[in-house]
Design a protein around this ligand. Structure first.
Ligand code: AP5
Length: 184
């Protein structure tokens, strides 16, 4: 069973939803940088105060800051983990590679959740999180296409990528992920 996974895809593709289901089923750590940052905002910590406006605008918080969060949370016991929302650019990829090399926990599968823009926009508007308004979604999507999308080819070249059609019902998508995990 593969234990070191990454969910990649645009906002609203269902990364968080599917990572939560899979981590629960396998008792893996679900490491969502977005969730961890939102908790800091809810607790009104110094870190939360620092990132609140940036996140509400849909921009990326600094690479250094998210790296600290990832390092603090990655399980040294190696029980298995799913990264969700990290890395988001090539600099974060390089930092992650260093962290994982030090932990001796190489990434084993990258699930790329693909979904048309019009479907994800509808999903996000319907969810109505603080950063789910039309303007912010536009910014998040633009940043995704410019800085995160190139990671698809990066991981494809390393033969780590599994394509998932994320435009369907939850169960079908979960089953596809499980089947691809089992066949590796
Ligand atoms: P983050 O929380 O990672 O937001 P995101 O990438 O925009 O992703 P979402 O949570 O919107 O989408 P998702 O793909 O997880 O979909 P979900 O399962 O939630 O990041 C937020 C912010 O934090 C960033 O903008 C940035 O500021 C900062 N940040 C985070 N990580 C960072 C990093 N590494 N570097 C720098 N900054 C960082 O589903 C969406 C909705 O669709 C839900 O309502 C869900 O119920 C629904 N849904 C899911 N699947 C289905 C389905 N199959 N059918 C119908 N509805 C579905």
């Amino acid at each position: 069973m593969k234990k070191h996974l990454l969910f990649l895809g645009p906002p609203g593709a269902g990364k968080g939803t599917q990572a939560a289901l899979l981590s629960e089923a396998n008792s893996y750590l679900h490491l969502s940088t977005g969730e961890l940052l939102r908790t800091e905002i809810d607790l009104d910590t110094d870190l939360g105060k620092e990132v609140k406006d940036i996140m509400n605008k849909g921009e990326l918080v600094s690479d250094q800051l998210v790296l600290e969060i990832v390092k603090k949370n990655l399980d040294k016991e190696n029980k298995g983990w799913i990264l969700d929302g990290y890395p988001r650019n090539l600099s974060q990829v390089n930092s992650l590679n260093d962290v994982l090399m030090n932990l001796n926990q190489p990434l084993e599968i990258v699930f790329y959740l693909d979904i048309p823009d019009e479907v994800l926009i509808k999903r996000l508007i319907m969810r109505g999180r603080k950063d789910d308004n039309e303007e912010t979604i536009k910014t998040r999507l633009k940043i995704y296409k410019e800085t995160t999308e190139p990671l698809i080819d990066y991981y494809k070249n390393l033969s780590l990528l599994e394509y998932i059609n994320a435009n369907g019902d939850l169960k079908t998508i979960s089953a596809d992920i499980k089947q691809k995990m089992a066949s590796r």
